[in-house]
Design a protein around this ligand. Structure first.
Ligand code: 8YV
Length: 328
């Protein structure tokens, strides 16, 4: 008798090798035209699927989950951050949630470093001048940026990505400071020559560069609040490759516009894909379209992790990347 393959609904188009393998292993419903699923389509998918593979563009809240059928057992998120999913509500319905940590660490840290450099050295401003035909020749005092060597970098969230950023930043001569729920331990602190700040306020007031590398959770929403953003030095640069919701974007835009914060390099936004219109007008910001983990290698590795999580779970074992709400 033929064994029924599990129905796996994938909400967005994934790299070809990932989709090919999923189609071999599962009864996979793929999204060939890559249109984001609306709420109704998501509810229909949850009513039908054994496993859902969503991404950041799918909001799976308690109300959406209420329409899930009894066959739904796993949500295998294609992404490390799970702030798009109400994990507690899923677990309460007996649905396990997994994610894809680790495989996008290095690419995200690369892009964070690139944003630090791009803002400090006015990379996009300079390139735009050349493209617009405005390069009239070298002058000693034009397009001056700020030196990285010797500057202080404050990393908010010293997990995998924060540590990978610290390694890169050390090579550029930046002094490493960090704020985290708890210190990372003496061995890592020593390797990174990193200084722990229990007080985020104290750290913010002393840094030249500030990088957000913590997940978005109820506890980190607007961690960089209007009050805290006012503590930042006038010349300091804020970089965010984590989640927009961690910063009060409207307050940050106002302070950047007023010249009370030196610059910003942003890959993520509070109301993505919408961006505060004030930010679009500023020359001291570099804005990217949520692309820090966008490499061919990372996307294939993310797909591989999703498949491993599904297979392990369906074989009756604990999937390697199960998300535990208390860890968020
Ligand atoms: C992913 C990300 O591309 O994995 C994450 O948490 O922020 C991104 O880099 C996206 O989330 C995929 O769902």
């Amino acid at each position: 008798m033929a064994v029924r393959k599990p129905k796996v609904v994938v909400t967005r188009k994934l790299p070809e090798p990932v989709e090919a393998r999923m189609s071999e292993l599962f009864d996979a419903a793929l999204n060939a035209d890559d249109a984001p699923m609306g709420r109704d389509a998501l509810i229909a998918a949850l009513a039908d699927a054994d496993v859902l593979v969503p991404t950041i563009t799918d909001r799976i809240d308690a109300a959406t989950l209420a329409g899930a059928g009894p066959q739904l057992r796993l949500i295998a998120n294609f992404g490390a951050g799970v702030d798009n999913i109400d994990v507690a509500a899923a677990n309460a319905r007996g649905v396990t949630v997994t994610n894809t940590p680790g495989v996008l660490t290095e690419d995200t840290a690369d892009m964070t470093m690139a944003l630090i450099m791009a803002v400090a050295r006015r990379l996009v401003e300079g390139a735009n001048v050349v493209h617009a035909g405005g390069f009239a020749g070298w002058t000693p005092t034009w397009m001056l940026g700020r030196r990285l060597r010797g500057a202080k970098l404050g990393i908010i969230g010293m997990g995998r990505i924060g540590q990978a950023l610290a390694r890169r930043a050390r090579a550029f001569g930046l002094e490493i400071h960090y704020h985290n729920r708890k210190p990372v331990g003496p061995r890592i602190e020593e390797e990174l020559s990193a200084t722990y700040w229990d007080s985020l306020d104290q750290m913010l007031a002393r840094m030249d560069f500030i990088s957000v590398n913590c997940p978005h959770t109820p506890g980190t929403y607007h961690l960089l609040s209007a009050r805290r953003l006012k503590l930042v030095q006038r010349h300091a640069v804020i970089v965010n490759t984590a989640r927009g919701e961690v910063i009060d974007e409207a307050s940050m835009a106002n302070l950047l516009e007023a010249g009370e914060i030196g610059g910003a390099g942003l890959d993520v936004y509070e109301h993505e894909p919408a961006i505060n219109p004030k930010l679009l007008k500023l020359s001291n910001v570099v804005l990217l379209p949520h692309m820090s983990s966008a490499t061919v290698e990372s996307r294939i590795d993310m797909g591989e992790k999703v498949i491993i999580n599904i297979r392990t779970f369906l074989d009756g074992h604990r999937p390697p990347d199960r998300v535990i709400p208390s860890m968020l």
